[in-house]
Design a protein around this ligand. Structure first.
Ligand code: NAD
Length: 359
């Protein structure tokens, strides 16, 4: 098959890690008989430098003409908050998610067996394994609600952020979670704060309706405070966790941390029709940019997610994941995941070793 991929290499280490991911795509293509073609898309600080806008006109259209989007990372101190919004790289990030209608953010948190020592949890908890998928609603809730700031007569200035969710928004993310669970260990934990919030009570009622429809999937409600606690007490209990935007923002970072390095964690943002966007969870790491020090594994695992969720190629996805597991099992480490005494390897060497395993 032929697949067209939009490449947003971005800033800092973005071009380095995307470069290795493209090498892996080529290796997958050779092994499984696919061809990948690429559309280079300019976005982020590099776009501000080139054309004066971090999200140039036509960016979304270029991406929509592709089957999937691979993003490295954007941003850096050069394009800080003193710049106008259109020059700031974060503006582009929010805009592309909105323009492509990417309402579901999937973040797997998996403790790779060779990395068990990097887990900050107690050894007996880490030994039970961590393999969960956080499904976060990405385009609704508090972050997109009406904001206000006004003067009161007796309490000084007051501010408010409106939290709203519609049945439609809850149902579409809920369905994503149940469908994903069917491809995994068939359990959905839905996180809310239904003992306090009306939006959470609506969330829960929609999820209960879906749970009846997906009766082959085990379902539970869990309050957000309890979920935060259970993630460090017994993460092995979770398969798919689904939640609203702000709870997901916080819980997905917590789930990432318990699995070790930021350089190992991929993500996918998907909608109903536009191409999915795949990216590592880390940023542009300006402190190590251009030094061949970045860990490319998070971006390469993002390519594995692309195979599984955009192209329905589970064997290709598993081949990439297995290649990474074997390189790590042989003891190869980039600096961010090296233990004292290890001889760390660079970005390109790590990418090359993963490609060799795919041949
Ligand atoms: P960061 O993730 O870039 O870096 C945090 C720390 O982790 C740094 O010490 C960095 O060297 C290290 N690190 C990150 N990725 C690594 C990798 N692949 N291999 C080895 N080490 C790695 O976060 P930050 O420093 O807070 O942000 C830097 C810039 O990135 C900012 O401009 C921020 O806005 C931007 N950012 C972009 C995205 C995105 O593009 N989606 C996400 C987060 C941050």
């Amino acid at each position: 098959m032929d697949y067209k991929i939009a490449l947003i290499r971005g800033d800092g280490i973005g071009p380095e890690v995307v470069g290795e991911a493209v090498k892996v795509l080529e290796a997958v293509g050779r092994r499984f008989g696919h061809t990948f073609s690429y559309e280079e898309v300019l976005m982020g600080g590099c776009a501000t430098d080139a054309v004066g806008k971090s999200y140039p006109e036509g960016t979304a259209e270029k991406c929509k003409a592709c089957d999937a989007v691979l993003l490295g990372a954007v941003g850096g101190p050069k394009w800080g908050s003193d710049r106008p919004a259109e020059e700031r790289p974060e503006t582009g990030l929010l805009a592309i998610r909105k323009d492509l209608g990417l309402y579901a953010n999937l973040r797997p948190a998996k403790l790779l067996p060779p990395m068990a020592d990097a887990c900050p949890l107690q050894r007996e908890i880490a030994q039970c394994g961590i393999d969960l998928m956080m499904v976060r609603e990405l385009t609704g809730g508090l972050y997109f609600g009406k904001r206000d700031r006004y003067k009161t007569n007796d309490r000084g200035v007051e501010a408010s952020d409106l939290l709203t969710y519609s049945e439609l928004e809850i149902e579409r993310i809920g369905r994503r979670a149940f469908e994903l669970a069917r491809l995994r260990r068939k359990k959905v934990s839905s996180v809310d704060k239904a003992n306090v919030l009306e939006t959470s009570r609506l969330w829960r009622s929609v999820m209960h309706r879906l749970a009846k429809e997906y009766s082959d999937v085990e379902y539970e409600d869990i309050l957000v405070d309890n979920c935060a606690m259970q993630l460090v007490r017994d993460p092995a209990q979770f398969d798919v966790i689904v939640t609203e935007n702000m709870f997901g923002d916080i819980l997905s970072d917590e789930a990432s941390m318990i699995t070790g390095s930021i350089g190992l964690l991929p993500s996918a943002s998907i909608g109903d029709s536009a191409p999915g966007l795949y990216e590592p969870i880390h940023g542009s790491a300006p402190d190590i940019a251009g030094q061949d020090k970045a860990n490319p594994i998070a971006t390469i695992l993002s390519v594995a997610m692309m195979m599984r969720y955009s192209f329905q190629l589970p064997d290709e996805a598993a081949a990439i994941e297995n290649a990474i597991d074997s390189v790590l099992a042989e003891g190869w480490r980039t600096a961010d995941i090296a233990s004292p005494g290890d001889q760390p390897i660079g970005t390109q060497k790590m990418g090359g070793l993963i490609c060799e395993k795919l041949c």
